[in-house]
Design a protein around this ligand. Structure first.
Ligand SMILES: *[C@@H]1O[C@H](CO)[C@@H](O)[C@H](O)[C@H]1NC(C)=O
Ligand SMILES: *[C@@H]1O[C@H](CO)[C@@H](O)[C@H](O)[C@H]1NC(C)=O
Length: 162
């Protein structure tokens, strides 16, 4: 019994230390990545929904194209990177996300009685001027993770009860 309490206390202490060790800067960058906060010039215009274009056909998973100017990003091995930025230079990217209603939702045009399907966010890696976060080292060119589209995955064929 006392053992369990001891373990819990140690765990709590560890968690609070981890949170303390994150500087406020790091938390700001993390938040900006997670909340997709658009800095400088405020929020970009809302992305246009790319659908219902008879020339290019209809997407089973509609997407939204947005121009973002993030403060930080994730490397190929999931490390936090800080993007280079000064008053004259802001790195911008075009990001294609699953449309809000379609993120991990069943694909359009797929008969749901026959197939279980999901719209799944796709990613790619783009070159950017970055450095590892929170270390004093020169900037370098490296890959950051960027949303690159939304694809329809068929998970399984539903068993037909005839
Ligand atoms: C979906 O598939 C089922 C079974 O084959 C069929 O009965 C139904 O009519 C289909 N629905 C549509 C919208 O095509
Ligand atoms: C980040 O920087 C702060 C202040 O410079 C330092 O106290 C902290 O240990 C650093 N954290 C990491 C994970 O390097």
């Amino acid at each position: 019994m006392y053992n369990i309490i001891w373990v819990l206390l140690t765990l709590l202490l560890y968690v609070s230390r981890v949170i303390d060790s994150m500087s406020s800067d790091r938390i700001k960058v993390l938040k900006s990545i997670l909340a997709k906060e658009r800095l400088l010039g405020g929020r970009d215009k809302r992305g246009k929904l790319h659908e219902n274009d008879p020339n290019t056909g209809f997407d089973c998973c509609p997407t939204v194209l947005e121009r973002i100017s993030p403060l930080g990003g994730l490397s190929r091995d999931g490390k936090l990177l800080q993007l280079y930025r000064d008053t004259n230079t802001v790195q911008k990217f075009y990001e294609k996300s699953c449309a809000p209603d379609y993120s991990y939702a069943p694909c359009r045009f797929i008969n749901q009685t026959v197939y279980e399907s999901r719209c799944v966010q796709q990613f790619t890696y783009m070159y950017a001027i970055v450095k590892d976060f929170n270390v004093t080292q020169p900037f370098r060119v490296d890959y950051i993770k960027v949303k690159s589209g939304c694809t329809c995955k068929v998970l399984r064929e539903r068993a037909m009860d005839l």
